[in-house]
Design a protein around this ligand. Structure first.
Ligand SMILES: [Zn+2]
Length: 60
């Protein structure tokens, strides 16, 4: 799912296969203290949400 998001620019809900809304979360608002981009995907159908690091995997 993360890979599809990175390639197509959006992700599908694993449950309903619906295109999820994307909400970027700034590092400051989450109190992380470092520049790591997080993506918060919200499914408009089942109201599910997925939170993951968009930058993970690019450093290693
Ligand atoms: Zn869903």
């Amino acid at each position: 799912m993360r890979e599809s998001w990175r390639t197509t620019g959006h992700a599908l809900c694993p449950r309903c296969q619906v295109r999820m809304r994307e909400r970027s979360i700034g590092g400051g608002s989450f109190g992380l203290g470092y520049a790591r981009r997080r993506e918060w995907l919200l499914c408009p159908s089942c109201r599910g949400s997925v939170l993951f690091d968009a930058a993970r995997g690019t450093r290693t």
